[in-house]
Design a protein around this ligand. Structure first.
Ligand code: GTP
Ligand code: MG
Length: 138
């Protein structure tokens, strides 16, 4: 059993899509074992996305992530990291497969509705960024 960090991004919380996105996770067999709605500061967004700090869109990405509330959550299941990325779809919604969250809901490559950890090591770090062990109720 594996765990991954998911974030429902500002474009999706603004459009009241939290429940529809959670239904996609649950239908795929992912269990939401922790979840909270928070508003990131620019500092927190910058720290979370530090790996992207040399990319040209870093400033825009951090401003977007701090622009409105996000829902951070831990998803648990068999191959949860890969399964979540499959349900999310490609980064750019134009390339995302039918039925994926990004195909159905994302506005653009930047405002793409969800984040998901990309590997076991990053999942561990990203979960610890937002949650204490006591908050994970599997
Ligand atoms: P995450 O799950 O959010 O990490 O998405 P990803 O792994 O599919 O994409 P990647 O890690 O390459 O990029 C991280 C995030 O940066 C993306 O989800 C987008 O929100 C944003 N991003 C990526 N490329 C662009 C871009 O060309 N322009 C803008 N504005 N944002 C981008
Ligand atoms: Mg990524």
């Amino acid at each position: 059993i594996e765990r991954t960090l998911s974030i429902i991004k500002p474009d999706a919380t603004n459009r009241n899509l939290t429940g529809k996105i959670n239904a996609k996770f649950e239908e795929a067999g992912l269990r939401i074992i922790a979840q909270k709605r928070i508003k990131l500061t620019m500092d927190e967004a910058g720290k979370f996305y530090e790996v992207h700090k040399e990319r040209p869109f870093y400033g825009e990405l951090c401003e977007f992530m701090a622009s409105a509330p996000v829902v951070v959550q831990v998803l648990e299941g068999e191959s949860a990291i890969a399964k979540n990325r499959e349900v999310m779809g490609a980064t750019n919604p134009a390339d995302a497969a039918p039925g994926t969250i990004r195909k159905e809901f994302a506005n653009s490559v930047g405002e793409n509705s969800v984040h998901g950890s990309d590997a076991p090591e990053t999942a561990t770090v990203e979960i610890a960024f937002f949650f204490s062990g006591l908050e994970l109720v599997g």
